[in-house]
Design a protein around this ligand. Structure first.
Ligand SMILES: [Zn+2]
Length: 210
């Protein structure tokens, strides 16, 4: 991704990419566009996260993580712009747009990193890493079924990591299983030996988190 690519996805509508890397298309074969990342972040400020956890205070209709990120990006952009030109006027979007006309190569390289980082931070907020899948079976190591989560609620102690951090579903053989009660971990070969129902087709042994 070049500096202009990074800037483009931050401030302009751009084609939606599927997890397999291909461009999303509608039934007529037309490209499907998604809003500018800055606009997706602006929308997220007034939208509860899909796991409900993004809103840090109950009853507050603002996604505080999204507004915090917006402020961080705004501050970062103004600091960059002040270093670059001695000025920091304009909106966040207009400052970033001006970076497309930076003539100095070393500045372009720097801004390429800055804008890539901005895009990644927004994407991470919009698509948090998938939560772990809860398994409905006792831990083969300690025999426990349950553990208490941060809110004091009982939940299965045995969970499987089924996705990579970038959201791609792993092959069942590449899952990792951990027990929150005793800290035991399994992966690779040990997985199928110790925990039944992971690579076997008994999908009812699993329950999607949330
Ligand atoms: Zn255990």
């Amino acid at each position: 991704m070049s500096l202009n690519d990074n800037i483009h996805q931050l401030i302009n509508p751009h084609p939606l990419t599927r997890p397999d890397g291909t461009m999303a298309r509608d039934i007529r074969g037309q490209l499907i566009y998604q809003p500018a990342l800055l606009d997706q972040l602006a929308t997220a400020i007034h939208t509860k996260g899909r796991d409900g956890a993004a809103t840090s205070e109950p009853g507050v209709p603002i996604n505080t993580r999204a507004i915090d990120l917006w402020r961080e990006l705004d501050t970062d952009a103004r600091n960059e712009e002040h270093e670059r030109t001695g000025s920091m006027t304009g909106t966040l979007g207009s400052i970033i747009e001006r970076w497309t006309r930076e003539p100095r190569e070393n500045h372009q390289d720097h801004l390429e990193h800055v804008t890539l980082d901005m895009a990644d931070r927004i994407k991470n907020l919009l698509e948090p890493a998938p939560r772990r899948r809860k398994l409905r079976q006792p831990c083969p190591s300690c025999g426990e079924h349950w553990t208490l989560n941060g809110e004091g609620d009982r939940e299965p102690c045995l969970t499987a990591g089924t996705h990579d951090p970038d959201g791609l579903l792993r092959h069942p053989h590449d899952y990792d299983v951990t027990c929150a009660a005793c800290g035991a971990q399994w992966s690779g070969e040990a997985l199928s030996d110790v925990v039944h129902g992971i690579s076997a087709p008994q999908r009812d042994a699993m329950d999607m988190a949330g």
